[in-house]
Write a protein that binds this ligand. Structure first.
Ligand code: GLU
Length: 448
């Protein structure tokens, strides 16, 4: 008879063995507080030490990236790939280029990815990688030189059946293009080793839109469950990258009114709503000019730019934190609630602090956590992998239909495993348990 797990002891051990990795501790705590009671009732998971095994990455790769900037100066960055778990498929997950990147952040993201990828119903394990390289203000040539230098080492550890990276913060279509080009050169092989590729060289239609669209498909399921509709609802969105812009696009298409977007310098608030025409301008500002979101008020002076703040003080029905981890804390959650917000769904990974999450759950706010709500991005990466293996391209409609079905399926799994809390589906519990069961059963079946 195995000893039952105790949450506090378990977390203390994880902290002791992985010091100075607060985001990883937070991600593990979030999962463990849901899973430990479940595991304690299921002896096969307890005896096989499944949770203890899941918090340990299968492999951690760390390397040096040296590259030359436009002034001819040598620059040195750290590169990483965390191969977290491969028991249901090749490691799969994005690369993040941001100065905040370190081992702990990538371990948190890789750990989340294992559960998220399992929820998609597709055969993908979990991984994550990246660098503390800061793409902000870098020239196109500098980005290219950095990507090549990064791939110079990473190519030894990845291929289409082993580990398939994609984008994340700071890594979009341009970077994936450079990374793919260099991989092909080094290996003399044209394969689907990365996802998020350009359409002309193996990319999938809908992949850039997928996280944002998928988020809204999930929100529609959440609302439908409550006999509510998104039509006419006001929406606050943070961030202004791929996820946020395509989430905004889908909101507008479905008849909601988008009030805000943001970046690290602050947020814009357009009381009249950011419509399809204005959104085109934002696409230009962010994805063509690589400029700041504050530019928006140059085009639309009736809107306001609030420097250094997050949009959660704006009155809205729905909040979509799509920027980065821990961007929404307890006081933000309280403000949203006081302003009548009924639903929060996360396009980013772990954007709500643990206190904010519990506030949502305890106060009857519908809460769609990132692992479930933002899984559309990696799910469509999975569809890109399938198309690459088949050497076929599916139509826009076909990919979109599959994405929608996957999001509905994730919603069903949450419902099945989550039960209810304050008359809402407990997505927090449901997503964590559903994601876990498939991986845990595979882990046991494959021995240790
Ligand atoms: N970075 C995205 C995520 O957090 C996508 C990963 C992928 O497509 O592999 O899920």
């Amino acid at each position: 008879m195995s000893t039952k797990l105790n949450l506090q002891d378990f977390i203390e051990k994880v902290k002791r063995e992985n010091p100075n990795e607060p985001q990883f501790h937070q991600a593990v705590h979030e999962v463990a507080e849901i899973l430990i009671p479940y595991i304690n009732e299921h002896p096969q998971y307890l005896e096989n030490k499944v949770l203890e095994r899941l918090v340990e990455p299968e492999r951690v790769i760390q390397f040096k990236v040296t590259w030359e900037d436009d002034n001819g100066e040598i620059q040195i960055n750290k590169g990483y790939r965390i191969q977290m778990n491969s028991c249901i498929g090749p490691y799969k997950g994005g690369l993040r280029f941001h100065p905040s990147v370190n081992l702990g952040i990538l371990k948190f993201l890789a750990f989340e990815q294992v559960f998220k990828n399992s929820l998609t119903t597709l055969p993908m394990g979990g991984g994550k990688g990246g660098s503390n390289f800061d793409p902000k203000g870098k020239s196109d040539r500098e980005i290219m030189r950095f990507c090549k230098a990064f791939m110079e080492e990473l190519y030894k550890h990845i291929d289409e059946n082993t580990d398939v990276p994609a984008g994340d913060i700071g890594v979009g279509g341009r970077e994936i293009g450079y990374l793919f080009g260099h991989y092909k050169k080094l290996r003399s092989k044209f394969t689907g080793v990365l996802t998020g590729k350009g359409l002309g060289f193996g990319g999938s239609l809908i992949r850039p839109e997928a996280t944002g669209y998928g988020l809204l498909y999930f929100v529609e399921c959440m609302l439908k469950e409550k006999n509510e509709s998104i039509v006419g609802k006001t929406v606050s969105i943070s961030g202004s990258g791929n996820v946020s812009l395509y989430a905004a696009e889908k909101c507008i298409e479905l008849g909601a009114k988008v009030l805000t977007l943001s970046d690290s310098s602050g947020y814009i608030y357009d009381p009249e709503g950011i419509d399809a025409e204005k959104l085109k301008t934002v696409f230009k500002i962010k994805l063509e000019d690589y400029a700041r979101i504050s530019e928006y008020i140059q085009y639309y002076p009736h809107a306001t730019f609030v420097a250094g703040k997050r949009p959660w003080e704006v009155k809205c029905d729905i909040a979509l934190p799509n920027a980065c981890e821990n961007e929404l804390d307890l006081s933000d959650a309280q403000k949203l609630h006081a302003n009548g917000c009924i639903l929060v769904a996360e396009g980013a990974n772990m954007p709500s602090t643990p206190e904010a999450v519990h506030f949502f759950l305890d106060n009857g706010i519908l809460y769609g956590l990132g692992k479930a709500a933002n899984a559309g991005g990696v799910a469509t990466s999975g569809l890109e992998m399938s198309q690459n293996s088949l050497r076929l391209n599916w139509t826009r409609e076909e990919v979109d239909q599959r994405l929608k079905r996957i999001m509905q399926d994730i919603h069903e799994q949450c419902k099945q495993y989550g039960g209810s809390i304050h008359n809402n589906i407990n997505y927090y519990k449901g997503a964590n348990i559903a994601g876990f069961v498939k991986v845990a059963d595979a882990l046991i079946a494959q021995g240790f």
